[in-house]
Design a protein around this ligand. Structure first.
Ligand code: PGA
Length: 243
């Protein structure tokens, strides 16, 4: 079943949380899983059986002297079923390395929170032609730490950095090429896990381009930034994931 996730980033307010709760609280869409990832303060305002909620980050540490950090157990306690890990903005703004990303995935899994592992190449790497190598390296660090079978409890999101918030969506063919590569790369280690894995596309998805992207064979939904801040637009994107 496809998954459509909204990543508010550092946007929104109490009013938006209320609007989302109204729009999605009573509207489950058949055959589409919906995930809303607001900033931490709004997590407790969102709650429904018709959508899941997720955080945008977590600490790799369990507890202790880590001012400003939020642990996996805390997220589980407020009902987070998912957490975004390794978003390119965190890799860039907070210097999160592949090693740290892998530790965060491990922390989420240990607390039964589903990690949405974000991978993607920069524009320079895309132009160099080495983008598949870059994606493989990002995946391999996580595989090395948690093992391939844990991918049965994970989601992967392919988000080319050059397409995030730029309005420059990857073409369905460009996205499909990388999604297929991700699945094949993992299938080399465990084909059952690879077949069952949900791989989301993210980067300037909107209602107008969602259907074409989601119809690609290896695209199992989307990770939506800007367009997820408008409840109606986000709803239309969720509807586009219905097969
Ligand atoms: P965008 O962001 O949809 O605004 O491009 C996607 C993301 O960063 O998750």
């Amino acid at each position: 079943m496809p998954l459509v996730a909204g990543n508010w980033k550092m946007n929104g307010d109490v009013e938006l949380a209320e609007k989302m709760q109204q729009t999605f609280g009573a509207t489950s869409i058949e055959n589409v899983d919906i995930l809303i990832c607001p900033p931490f303060p709004y997590l407790s305002s969102l709650s429904s059986d018709s959508f899941a909620k997720g955080a945008q980050n977590l600490s790799q540490f369990a507890k202790g002297a880590h001012t400003g950090e939020v642990s996996a157990t805390m997220l589980a306690e407020v009902g987070c079923q998912y957490v975004l890990i390794g978003h390119s903005e965190r890799r860039q703004d907070n210097g999160e390395s592949d090693d740290v990303v892998a530790l965060k995935v491990q922390a989420a899994l240990e607390n039964k929170i589903i990690p949405v592992l974000c991978v993607g190449e920069t524009e320079a790497i895309r132009e160099s032609g080495d983008f598949l190598k870059c994606i493989a390296a990002q995946l391999d660090k996580v595989i090395a730490l948690v093992g391939i079978t844990q991918f049965a409890h994970m989601v992967v999101a392919y988000e080319p950095v050059w397409a995030i918030g730029t309005g420059k969506t990857a073409s369905p063919e460009q996205a499909q090429e990388v999604h297929k590569f991700i699945r094949q790369h993992l299938a080399g280690l465990n084909s059952e896990v690879a077949q069952g894995l949900r791989i989301l596309y993210g980067g300037s998805v909107k209602a107008a381009n969602a259907k074409e992207l989601f119809s690609q064979p290896d695209i199992d939904g989307g990770l939506i930034g800007g367009a997820s801040l408008d409840p109606q637009e986000f709803l239309n994107i969720c509807l586009a994931a219905k097969s």
